[in-house]
Design a protein around this ligand. Structure first.
Ligand SMILES: *[C@@H]1O[C@H](CO)[C@@H](O)[C@H](O)[C@H]1NC(C)=O
Ligand SMILES: *[C@@H]1O[C@H](CO)[C@@H](O)[C@H](O)[C@H]1NC(C)=O
Ligand SMILES: *[C@@H]1O[C@H](CO)[C@@H](O)[C@H](O)[C@H]1NC(C)=O
Ligand SMILES: CC(=O)N[C@H]1CO[C@H](CO)[C@@H](O)[C@@H]1O
Length: 454
């Protein structure tokens, strides 16, 4: 079991140090790792050295600032790294659960890396370098354009001028950059991504946690993609307000199933449509929902609904009456509560991990599954804290479109306009029905862009 194994790994404060020239997707990769580990309940925090440089008062530097012969600016950048490093150490001291820190910076020289290794060793932190090496000009230019628009460094500057300046900044780094290699860095723990996932070199990976991170980054793709989420159509159990089971769709649920095809067609880009694949659970109601879709289909046991154990087939009212303590305990900590003989949300997250890994590799996927499972998948893409994730609103007969972008995920909710019961249960009641306080009205989540060059 993942978490048990991690807990046994004593003394595992891990510092992931990003390496690579500007515009190689380092911040993008860092943020994904933070999101992934947080989703697995592993405390992780990113320390962006560029932000510390801005705190030191340098917030709109021109490329000359990044000239390595400019001693004055070099000192400022050195100071920014030290501040980030100190903050990281005190964050590790804050709680024993704080396990993984990411230093997001452009540590392009061996000398810099040695400083980090030395200081990690002094403080009982394992350093692991994660280099993004890329000479694919298309990827680089896409990143440069993105940075010129979104970086606080170029606030208010003409886009073209910002791009030019940024290209010159990259040149300054290029002059001193030395990439990691398995001869000179043979004793260093590192992962080197070449053209993102085209080729991957790993060296001296020692712990389980390190290898999880390596496995994750190996699966990252940067091509634009679309993930579609839908619950099954309204089921007979939904109408009877029962949870679990394996019932068929209601008449209205079947209507949704036949409308789903046109709902997708209207909203999918035509060249994405050819390659759309549909993933369902093994339960009847998701397969009936997918029955009219003319796409490749895949069944996953891991997408089956959260197992309600002895409560399977009951209504919430019956559960409150027969198992009052369980009913209360679940409301109090819905993420951790495990049904007798069944599962918790945490259990579902763990069994979904291979699904997430495969989603990272795929381009266009429609997932038709169940309320609790969709909440967990949604939480991963939208960075919803785990305490909130079991309360996210995922109504029936609504198609959700997720578009992961460099700095966040765009979400669109498309209603089918076919009535259905609400299966949303608020805290402290056994009645179902959605009120305005239901969580999940995030429409567009965009993380503040963070630019890492200091
Ligand atoms: C990276 O990708 C570019 C563009 O596809 C290609 O020209 C280059 O040779 C690749 N580099 C390596 C080391 O594979
Ligand atoms: C490794 O890096 C060093 C220093 O940059 C360089 O001198 C050496 O040739 C490199 N080795 C390989 C195998 O690329
Ligand atoms: C669809 O997938 C096939 C094989 O996986 C690939 O050759 C083709 O280019 C893809 N089409 C589009 C539009 O992405
Ligand atoms: C040579 C180089 O780029 N070194 C940098 C490594 O990272 C720290 C923190 O970002 C900078 O201060 C160094 O200048």
């Amino acid at each position: 079991m993942v978490l048990k194994k991690l807990a046994n790994e004593k003394d595992l404060k891990l510092c992931v140090v990003m390496v690579g020239l500007p515009a190689r997707g380092k911040s993008f990769i860092s943020q994904k790792i933070v999101r992934y580990l947080s989703w697995l309940s592993i405390n992780c925090k990113c320390f962006n050295v560029g932000n510390y440089r801005r705190v030191l008062g340098v917030d709109n530097p021109k490329y000359g600032f990044f000239d390595f012969d400019n001693l004055n600016s070099y000192n400022i950048r050195e100071k920014a790294l030290k501040l980030a490093f100190e903050d990281m150490l005190s964050w590790f001291d804050d709680a024993t659960d704080n396990k993984v820190a990411i230093i997001d910076a452009t540590n392009s020289t061996r000398e810099r890396r040695n400083w980090i290794i030395e200081n990690c060793n002094k403080n009982n932190v394992h350093p692991m370098f994660l280099e993004s090496w890329c000479d694919d000009s298309e990827t680089i230019m896409a990143n440069v354009k993105d940075i010129a628009i979104t970086s606080p460094d170029y606030d208010g500057m003409d886009e073209k001028l910002a791009e030019d300046d940024f290209m010159k900044r990259i040149e300054n780094y290029q002059n001193v950059y030395s990439t990691l290699n398995t001869t000179d860095d043979k004793d260093v723990t590192f992962v080197k991504l070449i053209n993102i996932s085209h080729e991957i070199i790993i060296n001296k990976i020692q712990t389980y946690l390190q290898s999880r991170i390596v496995f994750y980054v190996m699966n990252i793709r940067i091509k634009p993609k679309c993930i579609w989420l839908s619950r099954h159509g309204e089921s007979i159990y939904n109408v009877e307000q029962k949870i679990g089971g394996d019932s068929s769709l209601s008449e209205r649920g079947l209507k949704y199933a036949s409308k789903l095809k046109s709902l997708i067609k209207e909203n999918v880009a035509s060249n994405d449509e050819q390659n759309l694949s549909v993933w369902t659970s093994t339960l009847t109601r998701t397969q009936e929902t997918a029955q009219y879709l003319p796409y490749k289909k895949l069944e996953w046991k891991a997408l089956d609904e959260l197992d309600a154990g002895v409560c399977d087939g009951m209504t919430y009212e019956e559960i409150e009456e027969i198992y009052p303590e369980d009913f209360k305990a679940r409301d109090e900590d819905k993420y951790e509560y495990r049904y007798r003989g069944g599962e918790s949300y945490r259990d579902v997250v763990i069994r979904l991990e291979p699904v997430i890994m495969e989603l990272e590799r795929q381009e266009n996927v429609l997932i038709i599954t169940h309320q609790a499972v969709l909440r967990c998948i949604y939480a991963y893409f939208m960075n919803v804290p785990k305490e909130e994730s079991p309360w996210v609103s995922i109504p029936l007969h609504t198609l959700i479109k997720l578009e992961p972008r460099a700095y966040g995920t765009k979400v669109t909710r498309i209603k089918a306009n076919i009535p259905a019961v609400s299966t949303y249960k608020e805290k402290g009641t056994s009645h179902v029905g959605e009120s305005s306080s239901a969580k999940g009205s995030h429409n567009l989540l965009v993380n503040a862009p963070e630019i890492n060059q200091n």
